[in-house]
Design a protein around this ligand. Structure first.
Ligand SMILES: O=C(O)c1ccccc1NCC(=O)[C@H](O)[C@H](O)COP(=O)(O)O
Length: 242
């Protein structure tokens, strides 16, 4: 049986109202790329089926871009995955009210496990958990604090029914150094849930490599810096994985 194709999720990360890219997810390392709505509309126009939309200020605790996030999400005809600072009932309700297809929980999965188990039970596959790691240590609070062992947390979330994981090697994120294939394979081996790969994609060959992991459980790939740096176009990326 043919395997489904790799889903591509072009990223729009918002900091202080601007679409930005970070290096290693570090606050202060950003390069600005202009109006987030224009970026999102450009990815949609180029044929994206998903948008990965991040509120970096909410992730870092430096405010939020909630109104703008809602504006962008509502303007999309395609599926939207929302990330950044979704940690309690109010932020989850605001995120879901945008009409997004799903949300990524990060810090909350490390610091509020009971709440996360509750919202997984309530919202099913509208909830994904972002597993953001250095080595095999998870990081929370905008990737600034250690938050436990990757595989222990994965086993706990699996047992709670978590539908999907977004796996980021922070050391690769925003660096154009290629994804951490070994990490992705190890996570896929440890869970039967789909995995969305995030961080480091630099070339069409990286996307082909990730597409070859679909049978192992990699469902999608988030692509940020490579698109903004024009390493390839989204049209080329979609053709490479189709
Ligand atoms: O997603 C978050 O919540 C987040 C929190 C803190 C820092 C960064 C965060 N996300 C970054 C992304 O999701 C990137 O857009 C994605 O990893 C793409 O990386 P790249 O292709 O290497 O630019």
């Amino acid at each position: 049986m043919a395997h489904p194709k790799l889903e591509l999720l072009p990223a729009v990360d918002i900091r202080d109202g601007q679409a930005v890219r970070l290096v290693h997810g570090e606050s202060g390392s950003e390069t600005a790329y202009g109006d987030p709505l224009q970026a999102a509309l450009a990815w949609q126009q180029a044929g994206a089926e998903w948008l990965h939309l991040v509120d970096l200020d909410a992730a870092f605790g430096t405010g939020d871009n909630r109104a703008q996030i809602a504006e962008v999400a509502r303007a999309m005809d395609i599926k939207v995955e929302l990330s950044g600072g979704i940690r309690d009932d109010a932020s989850l309700a605001a995120a879901l009210a945008t009409g997004c297809r799903r949300v990524n929980l990060g810090t909350a999965a490390l610091e509020a496990p009971e709440w996360v188990a509750k919202v997984i039970a309530e919202h099913g596959d509208k909830i994904a958990v972002g597993l953001d790691v250095r080595g095999t240590t998870l990081r929370g609070r905008g990737w600034t604090r250690d938050g436990g062992d990757l595989y222990e947390t994965l086993a706990r979330l699996d047992s709670e029914g978590c539908a999907r994981y977004v796996v980021t090697d922070i050391n690769k994120d925003g660096t154009l150094q290629g994804p951490n294939v070994e990490l992705l394979k190890n996570v896929c081996a440890a869970t039967d849930r789909p995995v969305v790969a995030s961080g480091g994609v630099s070339s069409l060959d990286d996307l082909r490599t990730l597409a070859s992991l679909v049978p192992e459980g990699v469902e999608g790939a988030i692509v940020g810096k490579a698109l903004y740096a024009k390493a390839f176009t989204l049209e080329e990326a979609l053709a490479a994985v189709s």
